[in-house]
Design a protein around this ligand. Structure first.
Ligand code: HEC
Ligand code: HEC
Length: 374
């Protein structure tokens, strides 16, 4: 009997804690260390409860339980409120959301203010990448993703925190749906095993909602103004740089490749300041996935005068608007050249604008972005 009432108190205590400690607390910008931090919190959350279980330490436990129970013990006792996040409906929505964001690294823009790698504020230097599916962050269906890394390395992805505007979801929180995914698409959980999806932390003082409700723009967004936000150019994103690095490795072997027909030797360029070019490709079927063509650009007819390498690779699924061509411009040491804004020339370079690889190559005869080969 006595044990049972302890269990009851304990249960209520746990419920209160699960509401109050809605968040794993790791979102302070150091999400990459998600698991570590979570563990930290688990310890804290469980600590209270575990001590209580070992009912030996009665004095201490009484204090703890009284505090906790006074937080609304009476209302809660017989009829616990439904959980406010991590419900079945939230989890189902989060799973749909994961499908929706599947291709964000290839297909979405980065907000201009947070393009590329962004260094987090935490002591344990964390890194982030931001992506969004539109520029109006007040629009229904707008999604913003923060990818959280332990270091500036794609492999070091720790977690993805995501916010989506879902009209009618919850007007008190501007209809934002929050979710925290692990890299494999599963939902992260808090110390009580509740999935971090939905109104995470609402009504408590930890978690996505209470922390994001403090955002200056009143729209729960920390890094944005409310409303239209400019997007960064659609190239030179971390994903593009990663693909370019792989491409640089691949073309390391170009000395063993053939040249396109008629371009076996030095080719004199059309530029006023007589430039010279050499060409290599890794096959003859320009339509094949993985086809690469390299144009080496020299200031004069001298192997030592290599100035830059412009490269195109057919990457199935990359961007059907561009017939799946990936563009990159390397300097001889393998680093990527940059444009006047310091954005690396990799990916859909110039797409949507009127300068750069894409707009010029889109005028190539034949309609497949290629000038010198068919
Ligand atoms: C303790 C405060 C805090 C908590 C808790 C928190 N965040 Fe954030 N969040 C921030 C800050 C600050 C930023 C701005 C970028 C940065 O400094 O990390 C941010 C940025 C974001 C962004 C990018 C959009 C924006 O607001 O700039 C998303 C998406 C996001 N957080 C989702 C989440 C989700 C989902 C959770 C819960 C699982 C969460 N956050 C928990 C503070 C928090
Ligand atoms: C102003 C127009 C223009 C721009 C900008 C341009 N190119 Fe080209 N590119 C050409 C022309 C024309 C050729 C054909 C060879 C020549 O005359 O130099 C060519 C040839 C190439 C080739 C050999 C395959 C082919 O289409 O013949 C590659 C690879 C290439 N460019 C890559 C790039 C990359 C990468 C960029 C951006 C960093 C770029 N180009 C920017 C006009 C352009």
């Amino acid at each position: 009997m006595k044990f049972q009432s302890w269990m009851m108190i304990l249960l209520v205590g746990m419920l209160s804690l699960s509401v109050a400690c809605g968040d794993d607390g790791d979102s302070n910008g150091d999400n990459a260390n998600a698991q570590n931090n979570d563990t930290g919190n688990n310890d804290v959350n469980n600590a209270g409860n575990n001590d209580t279980n070992n009912a030996g330490n009665n004095d201490v436990n009484n204090d703890m339980n009284n505090d906790v129970n006074n937080d609304g013990n009476n209302d809660v006792n017989n009829d616990p409120p439904p959980p406010i996040f991590g419900t079945e409906a939230d989890i189902a929505m989060a799973m749909d959301l994961w499908m929706e964001i599947e291709d964000h690294q290839l297909d979405w823009m980065q907000p201009a203010a947070t393009a590329g790698w962004v260094e987090g504020a935490m002591p344990h230097g964390s890194f982030q990448q931001f992506y969004h599916n539109g520029t109006d962050n007040t629009a229904d269906g707008y999604i913003v993703i923060k990818r959280n890394y332990g270091m500036m390395d794609e492999e070091a992805l720790g977690a993805l925190t995501v916010m989506k505007k879902v009209e009618g979801f919850d007007s008190e929180i501007n209809d934002w749906f929050f979710a925290k995914f692990l890299p494999d698409g599963s939902l992260d959980v808090n110390g009580n095993g509740v999935a971090l999806a939905g109104r995470v932390g609402k009504g408590g003082d930890m978690g996505c909602v209470p922390c994001h409700s403090g955002a200056e723009n009143g729209n729960f967004l920390h890094t944005f103004e409310d409303g239209e936000v400019p997007s960064a150019p659609p190239f030179g994103r971390p994903m593009d740089e990663m693909l370019a690095a792989q491409l640089w490795d691949e073309i390391g072997d170009r000395a063993n490749w053939d040249a396109p027909e008629g371009r076996e030797d030095w080719v004199e360029g059309a530029m006023p300041h007589g430039s010279f070019q050499r060409y290599y490709h890794n096959g003859t079927d320009t339509g094949a996935d993985g086809y690469i063509i390299v144009k080496e650009n020299y200031g004069m007819m001298d192997e030592n005068a290599l100035g830059a390498l412009t490269v195109m690779k057919r990457m199935e699924g990359f961007d059907e608007d561009l017939n799946d061509w990936f563009f990159a411009k390397f300097l001889p040491d393998g680093s990527l050249d940059v444009n006047g804004d310091g954005v690396t020339l990799a990916g859909r370079v110039g797409k949507g604008g009127d300068m750069g690889c894409v707009p010029c190559h889109s005028g190539a005869p034949g309609g497949d972005f290629l000038f010198t080969v068919e």
